[in-house]
Design a protein around this ligand. Sequence first.
Ligand code: NAD
Length: 317
Amino acid sequence: MLYRSLGRTGLNVSVLGFGASPLGGVFGPVGDGEAERAVRTAIDLGVNLFDTSPFYGLTASERVLGQCLVGVPRERYLIATKVGRYGQDEFDFSAARVTASVEASLGRLRCGHLDLIQCHDLEFASTTQIVDETLPALRRLRDQGKVRFIGVTGLPLAALRAVVERTTIDSVLSYCRYGLHDTALAAQLPTLQAQGVGVLSAAPLAMGLLNAGGGPAWHPADPELKAACQRVLRHCQERGADLGRLAVQFALAHPGIASTFVGIASTAEVERNAACVGTAPDAQLLAEVLAILAPVHGRTWPSGLPANQDPHSGPAP
Ligand code: NAD
């Protein structure tokens, strides 16, 4: 495993992070036995950062992850979870709700403190509420020793940047914005790094778009992006190449991104993704795939309040 420092937190995080949303069943059922084997294997392979949320599987991901970690020495893993999003359309970033939410997460995750607490999909709240109400409530929890570090997550980069410009946070988690089809996060790194903000990235398989199945039914990408991902899949199949490996290698290689969360549902996926660490993508295959994706490069989708959209994110849903 390789490790990088997360901003000014002093944490050294594994470049491969364990994305635990699949443990909540969001991509299909995962047996508890398989979940536990996957989590234990990840720790054995040096993965030390696990990302979850009360939203994933409507608390199932946190509950399963907590169960899988029973008996593992606490110093061997870092837990990142979230507040503010509780359902597809259920958001509550109020001080009262996020405070209660942290208590509930500590119970489900069976631990005395959370290493990182993040405002989940902050673009669904006003920046003013996040800065003036949510983050101060999380800082009070930090002062009580219940959380160590505080961050935000979301899709539109403008919304993440708006918070960083107005207050001090420890990390941002961006998803689907640094991978084969979109590298927009890279342009934000100098600003974030200059402010000591740790950068986490998620979903290098574009939340399943780059998988053989083509992504879950709920995937918000537009038909052109989905079709282009299918074209690269077919191209890799014809070449006998593993698109998942290429996508993960590409994402993990950026030195400015401390850790990349890949959604993991099995021991085989842990091993497959850990084998990508420190390896370079096949240059010829990468060039071919990027050429196929060029017409949709940077394509994202709307998420959150109208005021929080990135330019060119497409028509409102
Ligand atoms: P992903 O792009 O990581 O894709 C996950 C899917 O790919 C799953 O079906 C998984 O089984 C499969 N997979 C894993 N490794 C593979 C490989 N090598 N080849 C082919 N398929 C592979 O999407 P994700 O799970 O949505 O994102 C990863 C994690 O990032 C989440 O679990 C979550 O922790 C975090 N995340 C956070 C936010 C947010 O905070 N708003 C949003 C998205 C993701």
